[in-house]
Design a protein around this ligand. Structure first.
Ligand SMILES: [Mg+2]
Length: 246
């Protein structure tokens, strides 16, 4: 049996496409053009930088999930001249945060080839057991997999919130493997984020597939992933070559 551990956001679920649709509708719904005095593109670009920095802080344990959820909006509003500590901006940020989770989980866009790959794996389910490994929030990750119709393909859902560790901490991977009763060499981690998915798996001794769909280049001294692919379809070749057939 091979255990395939898939990251969710930007590996299977089209995080950026889905998020952009959600932010566009949020921008309209909360009349942010009027409030911030800028168009959607400017607002969204600023939001992305702030959100990335706050996620980094969340992974490092310097802010809580609750603060991250609110501050990504209140800090963006601050960047456009609003007072992030005023009652109305805190309240508005809370409403935006709720809206984001509600609306965001209704989006169904997947990465190119994701659904076909999962279906292909399902047809060979005697060979593979599938797991999701994600740092995302539980109230978002499970509903969005369900809405996109991909939850049925997975035997295990490993969320950092439940395991008590976040990728790239190797303890995240150790905990997941121990729940599946799997050895590292029986597993394959597939993820788009070199620092989070690939380095974490390397530290845990698990072979990895780096889904490098944005064609990033690694520094010369970086540890090489076991495999690198540009399209999810290429995973089939890796599996066909490496899976012992029963
Ligand atoms: Mg990812």
């Amino acid at each position: 049996m091979q255990y395939l551990l898939f990251d969710l956001d930007r590996t299977l679920w089209d995080f950026d496409g889905n998020a952009e649709r959600t932010y566009r509708s949020m921008f309209e719904r909360f009349e942010l053009q009027k409030l911030c005095g800028v168009g959607f593109e400017t607002f969204h670009e600023r939001y992305r930088t702030i959100n990335d920095a706050l996620w980094e802080a969340y992974r490092n344990g310097t802010i809580t999930k609750e603060l991250l959820a609110i501050r990504r909006f209140s800090f963006t509003l601050e960047a456009f001249g609003r007072d992030p500590n005023s009652i109305e901006i805190i309240r508005l940020s809370q409403q935006m945060s709720d809206y984001y989770v509600q609306e965001g989980t209704r989006q169904t866009g997947l990465m190119p080839g994701a659904r076909q790959l999962l279906q292909w794996l399902y047809e060979q389910r005697q060979l593979y057991r599938l797991a999701v490994i994600t740092n995302g929030f539980s109230e978002a990750q499970l509903p969005k997999m369900h809405t996109a119709g991909i939850d049925k393909y997975f035997d295990h859902f490993f969320l950092s919130e439940n395991l008590g560790f976040m990728k790239p901490d190797p303890q995240f991977f150790d905990a997941a493997l121990s729940q599946m009763n799997a050895a590292p060499e029986q597993c394959l981690v597939i993820g788009d984020d070199y620092k989070v998915d690939i380095l974490g798996a390397i530290k845990a001794g698990i072979p990895q597939v780096w889904y490098n769909y944005t064609s990033q280049t690694l520094p010369a001294d970086a540890q090489k992933p076991t495999y690198t692919i540009r399209h999810l379809d290429e995973l089939k070749t890796i599996l066909n070559t490496n899976t012992p057939k029963k």
